[in-house]
Design a protein around this ligand. Sequence first.
Ligand code: NAP
Ligand code: F7E
Length: 356
Amino acid sequence: MQNIALITGINGQDGSYLAEFLLERGYEVHGLLRRHSTVNTSRIDHIIKSDYHKIKFFLHFGDVTDSSNMMRLIAEIRPTEVYNLAAQSHVGISFEVPEYTADATGVSTLKLLEAIRVNGGNCRYYQASTSELFGGLPETAPQSETTPFFPKSPYGVAKLYSYWITVNYRESYNMYACNGILFNHESPRRGENFVTRKITLAIAGIIAGTQEKLSLGNMNAKRDWGFAGDYVAAMWLMLRQSKPDDYVIATNETHTVREFVEAAFAELSIEIRWQGTGVNEKGYDAETGKLLVDVNPEFYRPAEVEYLWGDSTKAEKELGWKRNVDFKGLVKMMVDADLQTVAGMTAEDYKRGRTD
Ligand code: NAP
Ligand code: F7E
């Protein structure tokens, strides 16, 4: 039987890696794409231009907030697997657009599950749940499938609804529906306003001479950062089990935002010397004394998740999942990619120039 996948959020970071992963495994892949006033398919253009397009890879205009659209697409495509990745996924911005976030990140999950149920309910369903569900209980770390939820943002609260409605449809209608509780995962395709990509893009801009310094918010926040390419494999593995369940996916390691900054500059052999605390904290090039990093309270959030550290023992045991890229490898991959695109050089070129 032909495996047919529908991916919502196909042009997002994870959607693009998942589409590649499934196409390589012989799937027919359908993706939901929102209409924009300018084309925003840069993460999947290489697939659109490949031999897969219109033979194994199909794009459909749609929006997860539109239930009639979901109903029709499920009826027409008849997917064997649905990966629901679409969301207003920025935690900070969810405080600016809380109601829309509730619709797109929360209630839309119900619309998609209902479209699947009404159309027979026999496909396998993956829900993009998140470590932001754990949010506000720092004393309970590392966080696993049994850690209590306490979201701290409109995004986290919307995802909490999505998590429970997925469990509810599994229990009420015997649907094969799973929650992947994924901790932060990054890549060179990460959106430019998430902190890791903001850091690596700023470093490339500083080296290219197009940006003066990097301004950040809370540098004490701790995150468990993995590589998005490793995490899409876990999504697929969740839908291969004899019964549906929920799994934490994480690296089991945590770092502060400040440590990410230090590690990224270290890829260019630049050591950061920190001075001051809070809004007065500044990071200087230890060798030249140039100001490279400062704090702008504009990037603080009304409520903050201070400490995320995942325990993915269950996924490792039951799914056989493991990460391939470690923290240092991830930082290097992102710095190298942005340096090449923005400054047209490699880290080695830069380091050679600095010592010449
Ligand atoms: P992303 O890069 O922001 O991608 C989000 C995708 O959702 C984009 O394709 C976006 O399309 C689409 N989308 C947004 N609103 C939509 C709507 N109303 N209708 C249809 N499509 C819509 O996010 P990501 O990092 O790939 O994350 C994928 C999913 O995993 C998200 O649900 C996110 O919340 C969740 N998650 C992410 C992480 C992480 O660390 N990356 C961790 C845990 C969970 P446009 O381009 O049109 O906006
Ligand atoms: O922030 C701090 C910020 O926006 C990480 C999403 O994929 O992962 C992501 O959510 C930390 C926070 O990711 C800046 O306050 C400091 O503590 O990169 P982020 P996030 O909020 O953890 C989860 C798992 C998801 O599910 C989400 O969809 O970094 N921080 N200074 C900053 N963050 C940003 N964005 N920009 C700053 O200037």
